[in-house]
Design a protein around this ligand. Structure first.
Ligand code: G1P
Length: 294
């Protein structure tokens, strides 16, 4: 069985839900407490043993490349000023030379198309796919648990969570088959079905382990829900030839693709930092009292 060494991170989205904040700034660079969203996702992948990060970018995304680069002048200045703690933290977050690759999705044709743009960089090996809107919080991380499942089952692995049955139209939904380790065998996949057409209420939460045969299925650029080239449709076709397993993720998920999820992530993660907790909690209590919201 081939090890999962590479991760694809599709970061070409325009971030229209966050305008005007995202007019000049990639949405993946919006800050949750003290790190950009994309850093949390890269950290999750790194914890799972990923050695190479493939970013599928678009116009106005150079801030992401700069973020993962060595900032020579900044590091020198911090070093001269004796700010070793923050310097060491920055260096620890930094990928090694040659561990990042960037390619562009020239036209926004959908998630399936973005993944297909990474085909040459992934090559002929299974890979992880992490949608950077989602910050996952668990120990061990979601992708690490998925790699563990993959090492037992092989095939393809998707992380799933349960949603309110009325919300299936927002997600890719899978059908539940026989139990398997931390999840189950997947029997069906539908992108954004109406509740009455959904095979279950288990939704794909944005973490995938896929075999490279997915690329030839994405090649024909067939469009699906919303007129976009959907990864879910290509996975369904791959499912006719290869098994798919669901890992039931039981940690916390913050969907930072929406302003509500982004704000929740900031509040929750701030309250988890000992240095911020007393001040933030005190402020929230006073604010709720003052506004009559308590
Ligand atoms: C994408 C996928 C969908 C998945 C979702 C998770 O949809 O197509 O299957 O459930 O991410 O966030 P999007 O959010 O891009 O519409």
């Amino acid at each position: 069985m081939k090890k999962i060494r590479k991760a694809v991170l599709p970061v070409a989205g325009l971030g229209t839900r966050f305008l005007p904040a995202t007019k000049a700034l990639p949405k993946e660079m919006l800050t949750v407490v003290d790190k950009p969203i994309i850093q949390y996702v890269v950290d999750e992948a790194r914890e799972a043993g990923i050695e190479h990060f493939i970013f599928v970018t678009g116009r106005n995304k150079t801030a992401i490349e700069d973020h993962f680069d060595v900032a020579v002048e900044l590091y020198d200045t911090l070093s001269r000023r004796g700010k070793t703690e923050i310097l060491e933290r920055l260096q620890a977050l930094q990928p090694e030379p040659g561990q990042t690759s960037y390619t562009r999705q020239q036209v926004p044709l959908g998630l399936g198309h973005a993944v297909w743009c990474a085909r040459e960089l992934v090559g002929d090996e299974p890979f992880a796919l992490l949608l950077p809107d989602m910050i996952m919080q668990s120990e061990p991380g979601c992708m690490k648990e998925m790699v563990e499942l993959y090492e037992r089952t092989g095939g393809n692995v998707l992380a799933v969570e349960e949603c309110d049955p009325s919300q299936t139209h927002k997600y890719g939904i899978v059908g539940r088959g026989k139990n398997a380790h931390s999840g189950f065998e997947i029997t069906a996949m539908v992108e954004k079905p109406k509740p009455e057409d959904a095979p279950s209420n288990f939704y794909i939460n944005g973490r995938y382990i896929l075999q490279p045969e997915i690329f030839s299925l994405l090649e024909d650029q067939e469009t699906g829900a919303g007129g976009e080239i959907q990864i879910t449709d290509a996975m369904l076709r791959l499912h006719a030839k290869q098994p798919f397993f669901a890992h039931i993720y039981r940690g916390r998920t913050f969907d930072c693709g929406s302003p509500e999820g982004f704000i929740k992530a900031n509040i929750a993660l701030a309250l988890q930092q000992e240095s911020l907790k007393p001040q933030v909690l005190g402020f929230l209590k006073d604010f709720l009292d003052e506004e009559g919201l308590a």
